[in-house]
Ligand binder design. Sequence first.
Ligand code: ADP
Ligand code: MG
Length: 287
Amino acid sequence: MKTTTSLSPSLRERLRAQLADLKMPGALEALDDILRAVDGGTLLAPAAIEQLLGAQITLRNNRRLVAAMRSSRLPAVKTLADFDFAFQPSIRRDQVESLHTLGFIERRENVILLGPPGVGKSHLAISLAIAAAQSGRRVYYGTLADLITSLEEASQAGRLSHRLKTLVFPSLLVVDEIGYLPISRTGAMLFFQLMSRRYEHASTVLTSNKGFEEWGEVFGDEVMASALIDRLVHHCHIVNIRGNSYRMKNHAEVSAALRSQLHPQRTTADQPSSRTRRRGRQEAPTT
Ligand code: ADP
Ligand code: MG
């Protein structure tokens, strides 16, 4: 291992001891490289301090993420950095980026992501939850169906108030997939109770493939749905995604690759049949 020349070994050892004493293993691990860059004249002291602290913050955030992945039931790691905005031009990038600075959680506001399947609603809901977890906040993820099942089970076991407390506590709750599965009337009422408790108390990120006008049908009760929507949208950011499915993008690329392997003589100028074209138009966004 290379050693640096200008920093006295005793000072280096004192720095190491201080970082160990402060329990800063990320900074400790980065120390030698940073000191080498300082000695080599490629790094100034303020930047060195910033890098040293940055290394510790990165380690801490990764640890928080690992812990959150265990406790929050997040189904995958999806981040803003992995999101391809070019594929989804209907999304206002500045809105989504600003949401990831998490001011909405401080203000106890909600986020509702609406749009057809595959457009990235769950991806962005999860990336918000991950950003929140990395900032040290408690997060919890569930599909609407999962959350309702857990509330129903708790209710039957006489533990509803305990379960409600657990779900009201996180600074950020993700309710994914509103509208995919039918909900019982009891289930809808339990969910309404949960959202009423979280209202103005903590933020919720919700995703749905159904517009608000269809939520009456989803929850089996127009009056309850409109009371729910009323609370949710009171302090709320709505991200309306109108675009094509990212899943279909991959599917289209794979099938194009397979087609060109099977029929190398055909070119990309091949047109789909008029029947497929018609169906494609029907699937295209209407607004
Ligand atoms: P939705 O919840 O709207 O049905 P998802 O968020 O589950 O869609 O997206 C489907 C898959 O496509 C996921 O693996 C997601 O990470 C990916 N995906 C969707 N949109 C994008 C995008 N714009 N950039 C990168 N990956 C995307
Ligand atoms: Mg989804």
